[in-house]
Design a protein around this ligand. Structure first.
Ligand SMILES: Nc1ncnc2c1ncn2[C@@H]1O[C@H](COP(=O)(O)OP(=O)(O)O)[C@@H](O)[C@H]1O
Ligand SMILES: [Mg+2]
Length: 121
């Protein structure tokens, strides 16, 4: 029998105490710092995906300074976790589209142009 390429269940793991605080924050702006390897990027990936699945029609923008930082740590693992039929990634639009109308866009900073592009998002 051929191995299934897609996981049947998306299991990102269990949030550690700091990640749990990040997930449950109700502040308009929540800053999350700390040493490399502490789980900041995991928390961003997981909170964005859970939010998109849970809240139909939500629009999420994930930004990093450069496109390289987006690609390996955010876009690739998130795109791989998607279940066909529930969500798909468009590389052209750098956006994950969910069947419930939610979307996650990925952006990076390109100086003045980005100020125009992302203003209001
Ligand atoms: N709660 C968690 N459950 C499972 N794996 C986790 C969890 N938090 C972090 N990881 C994994 O630990 C590693 C380091 O986390 P990462 O988010 O990259 O840290 P940071 O962005 O703070 O440097 C990554 O491989 C990440 O997937
Ligand atoms: Mg990181």
């Amino acid at each position: 029998m051929r191995a299934r390429r897609m996981p049947q269940v998306w299991d990102p793991g269990t949030a550690n105490p700091k990640q749990r605080q990040f997930f449950t924050s109700r502040a308009l702006y929540t800053a999350y710092g700390g040493a490399k390897g502490g789980g900041k990027t995991w928390a961003v990936r997981t909170k964005a995906l859970l939010g998109a699945y849970y809240y139909p029609g939500i629009r999420i923008l994930v930004m990093r300074r450069t496109y390289g930082e987006l690609q390996s740590n955010l876009i690739e693992p998130m795109a791989q976790s998607l279940r066909p039929g529930l969500a798909r990634y468009s590389a052209e639009r750098r956006t994950i589209y969910f069947s419930n109308g939610s979307l996650i866009r990925f952006g990076h900073w390109a100086e003045g142009r980005s100020e125009q592009e992302y203003n209001g998002q």
